[in-house]
Design a protein around this ligand. Structure first.
Ligand code: FAD
Length: 405
């Protein structure tokens, strides 16, 4: 039995030994400094770690080993995650692959032909390719089924014309997975297909959009007679709505781990931050009792969120499938992350008002930018309200919302 306690303990020993030998100590506990939502720092040891982790298949631990994944069960992957965390190790390839590891890869594994799996999965496992995702359009965000970007069948290839927006990392991506309209006459959800396109072609142009937090990790993406071979249709023709929804479940499942406020709060616990900036009382506790209560409530929410996630992983017992519960966890993760970011900014007081300049410490400026960029958590991958609609309909069985499409 691969997941018996003994087998898991044997695996734990193997994983620890491999990590001790292969994870460069120089980058231990530096994950949040070296890897951000939109950057991977240049560092020789980080590069080495990316190569070793990718070659071992442990950046994609539960993916089948025949395509370059680790072939581990969910429980083994959880053991690996804990061992990595104990050593201060982290998985940089989830950022280096763009949407490859978290969303597109699992969807190709589920819906792809053997040829598509052989072509696309191994480079994702090794972190060699960056994937973007072309879902949203100027008039198709939450109402995604209204999308207009179209693909025409030209015999041996598809011809794609239209526009996408908010396409994260499109300007640096090698591949993009797109939802496109392949039957304009069908009811809107029935005329959509999922196409994979090579970004390196003259028919695709990207224009970065600057965000409120200063970075430009996403783009407007234009398709002007872009092409892709017929073999790059993922899943059935005009069956893209189902494929696309499945991918979104993977996206939401990947967003269920609450991100901290980053910066100050990521490097110091929220308690330590409060003691430093707000001060302590005679008993050494955070001086402000109201703030103390709020911090405690936040830590309980974070703990509950984490334990629920661990329970869900344990219950999955080797079954990597995701479901509508990902929507619950995505919203819970958004709450916890934004709550933490708000607390961090409040605790910093005037020091949490900086944008740039000498009077501010680096971690204070970082906290402000993380607070701003954290606003996006409850928007991307389907907004908070849309997740609540999904929970109401698919989990609670309540009647259809007013959303059309
Ligand atoms: C950081 C970031 C990265 C992103 N990356 C990508 C990407 O890589 N690829 C991609 O394709 N897209 C990406 N997106 C786009 C994202 O998926 C959309 O922003 C999201 O789906 C919301 O769509 P919208 O912006 O058009 O908002 P709208 O649909 O206009 O919604 C505006 C508000 O109205 C609410 N609302 C809308 N309809 C309903 C309803 N029926 N019931 C209740 N409330 C409703 C929404 O919840 C929201 O609060 C990204 C977005 C962000 C912020």
């Amino acid at each position: 039995m691969p997941d018996s306690t003994d087998a898991l303990e044997t695996f734990r020993g193997e994983a620890r030994a491999w990590l001790e030998e292969n994870f460069p100590k120089s980058i231990a506990h530096r994950g949040s400094e070296l890897i951000g939502m939109e950057h991977v720092a240049e560092d020789a040891d980080l590069d080495l770690w990316c190569q070793r982790l990718g070659a071992k298949g442990w950046a994609t631990p539960t993916w089948p080993s025949e395509y370059g994944g680790g072939g581990l069960s969910q429980l083994e992957a959880e053991v690996l995650r804990k061992e990595m965390s104990a050593l201060g190790a982290f998985n940089p390839l989830t950022v280096k692959a763009g949407m490859g590891i978290t969303m597109v890869g699992p969807t190709i594994l589920e819906y792809g032909t053997e040829e598509q799996k052989q072509r696309h999965i191994p480079p994702i496992c090794r972190g060699e390719v960056f994937w973007a995702l072309g879902y949203s359009e100027p008039n198709a965000g939450s109402d995604l089924a209204s999308l207009q970007c179209k693909a025409e069948d030209k015999g041996d290839h598809w011809l794609v014309n239209g526009q996408k927006t908010w396409t994260s990392g499109a300007n640096i991506a090698q591949w993009i997975g797109c939802l496109v309209r392949t039957d304009p006459d069908a009811p809107k959800r029935d005329g959509i297909s999922f196409l994979i396109l090579d970004m390196n072609q003259p028919g695709i142009e990207t224009r970065p959009i600057e965000l409120i937090a200063g970075a430009s990790p996403f783009c407007e993406t234009f398709f002007n007679d872009a092409t892709t071979p017929k073999g790059e249709l993922l899943g059935p023709l005009n069956g893209g709505w189902t494929v696309g929804k499945r991918l979104l479940q993977h996206e939401r499942a990947s967003q269920t781990g609450a991100r901290g406020a980053g910066g100050a709060a990521a490097k110091k616990s929220i308690h330590a931050l409060a003691k430093e900036y707000v001060g302590t009382d005679a008993e050494g506790r955070v001086a402000d009792p109201e703030l103390r209560t709020r911090i405690t409530a936040h830590l309980m929410n974070a703990k509950a969120q984490n334990l629920t996630l661990s329970r869900m992983i344990a219950e999955a017992r080797g079954n990597a499938k995701v479901s509508a519960t990902a929507s619950i966890m995505k919203n819970a993760a958004s709450d916890v992350s934004q709550e933490r970011a708000e607390l961090a900014i409040e605790i910093l007081g005037h020091s949490g008002l900086g944008w740039e300049g000498d009077p501010f410490e680096d971690h204070e400026l970082e906290a402000v930018r993380h607070w701003l960029s954290g606003k996006a958590i409850s928007i991307y991958g389907g907004s908070y309200e849309i997740q609540n609609n999904i929970i109401a309909k698919n989990i609670l069985g309540l009647p259809e919302s007013t959303q059309r499409g």
